[in-house]
Design a protein around this ligand. Structure first.
Ligand code: AMP
Length: 422
């Protein structure tokens, strides 16, 4: 048998029930906050991601040459495609441009629990605002999302790349070398970070100060006594978000996200119950437009690992399964099949999910199928009832049966379903 590709997954109807539940929630929160949904292609020019993250990104990218000799890639993330789309088609939209999408991404990584080669991201971007309110809004949205998904143990870690960059500037570390240092801090390789500074003959006190700053974490009081535009900005974002009900946010100046294009506030959100792959979201303000040939524009955004949200909810026991079927209609004889199909059709028009027996099975077998399929009600169209323009309505939970006139049976089912859903 041909196997599916390593690191990819198929999703059963039951799993899709849970995934749709989460996606519906993401969609409604994004809408409530005024974000607009977009979609971009799964393949892009490889150059887009190389321009963003450097040639090292090729190591984990599915890239290939197409028949026309173009170097293409399956998208490894969504921010670059969104910014490309903004530059090509949406730059004259009113600002801020608030966009969201849920899409699959591909990375050639070692698959494990919570890490796949095909995974899904929920991406949210604000293009055009460089105000603290924009970063604070992302934190508010993220906090709302976690709360409404029922994730209790999440922890936010928020930093600002400008704080460490300003210290590196003062120590005369050239900008183009700073990302090497930030990358080490991002990976929590403090020993290597110390060697990095020592190798550049940075004054010992300055080096100690930089490393101590990177190690600072806690509530906003850790910023007491610190000065500078980046510190003030971070303070404002955190206090704004906290005052809007995010709960206490942790500041962690070691969160620097190690890539050149981050410009200001950066943050990560963890769900510790997920173990090694606990990071459910990464985000921050960035400057990508100039790397793609466009004009500078203030932007901030975040990407949730959709699959990790699903895993966290599964553990919390809050993930639903497949939506049950409302109605299964069967005919007691061949000649009654068109009547049964008509009833299923009338039900569907009223928002009732309805199936008709496509297998031409005996009554008992069809009823068994309806029961394993989890149908809430069945309607049986029989000769005797047909004579009186009625059908049998069977409640599959209680086993109770009623003879109901055909013309009202679907209204009756709709009413019972509404009452059941309370
Ligand atoms: P990043 O674009 O690397 O900041 O990733 C954003 C989020 O996507 C992370 O916080 C993870 O939750 C999720 N993510 C990244 N890579 C994977 C992967 N290979 N499998 C599943 N989720 C992932």
């Amino acid at each position: 048998m041909i196997q599916r590709v390593r690191g990819t997954r198929d999703f059963t109807p039951a799993e899709m029930g849970g995934r749709r539940q989460v996606e519906d929630l993401l969609r409604s929160i994004a809408r409530e906050y005024g974000y607009r949904e977009i979609q971009t292609p799964v393949i892009e020019n490889a150059e887009l991601f190389i321009a963003k993250s450097g040639p090292a990104v090729l190591e984990e990218m599915y890239s290939f040459e197409d028949r026309g000799g173009r170097q293409l890639a399956l998208r490894p993330e969504l921010t670059a495609p969104v910014v490309r789309f903004y530059l090509s088609d949406m730059s004259n939209y009113p600002m801020p441009l608030k966009l969201w999408c849920v899409s699959n991404c591909f990375r050639y990584e070692e698959p494990q629990a919570g890490r796949y080669r095909e995974f899904f991201q929920f991406d949210v971007e604000i293009i055009g605002s460089g105000a603290p309110e924009a970063d604070a809004e992302l934190l508010m949205l993220a906090s709302d999302l976690c709360r409404r998904l029922g994730l209790k143990e999440v922890s936010f870690r928020i930093g600002h790349v400008g704080i460490v960059r300003e210290m590196l500037d003062a120590a005369h570390v050239p900008r183009e070398e700073q990302s090497g240092f930030l990358h080490l801090i991002d990976k929590r390789r403090y020993g290597d970070a110390e060697n990095f500074l020592a190798g550049r003959r940075i004054d010992a006190d300055a080096a100690r100060g930089i490393l101590q700053t990177c190690a600072k974490h806690g509530d906003s009081s850790i910023l007491n006594g610190m000065r500078g535009a980046s510190v003030d900005y971070l303070r404002e974002v955190v206090s704004l978000a906290e005052s809007q009900g995010t709960g206490r946010l942790n500041i962690d100046l070691g969160v620097v996200r190690g890539l050149d294009y981050y410009t200001g506030v950066v943050f990560e959100i963890d769900a510790p119950e997920l173990g090694a792959e606990k990071q459910i979201c990464g985000g921050g303000s960035y400057s990508l437009a100039p790397l793609f040939g466009g004009k500078e524009i203030a932007s901030t955004g975040m990407a949730f690992g959709f699959d990790r949200l699903i895993l966290a909810m599964q553990r919390a026991g809050t993930l639903r399964g497949e939506e049950p079927l409302d109605l299964f209609v069967l005919a007691a004889s061949e000649t009654l099949r068109p009547d049964a199909i008509r009833i299923a059709g009338s039900a569907r028009g009223k928002g009732i999910t309805a199936e008709f027996d496509l297998m031409r099975r005996s009554m008992s077998k069809a009823l068994k199928y309806a029961s394993t399929r989890g149908a809430r009600f069945t309607v049986i169209v029989g000769e005797k009832e047909k004579a009186s323009e009625s059908v049998v309505l069977r409640d599959m939970v209680t086993g109770g049966q009623d003879i109901i006139p055909v013309r009202v049976v679907t209204d009756e089912i709709a009413q019972r379903l509404r009452a059941g859903r309370g």
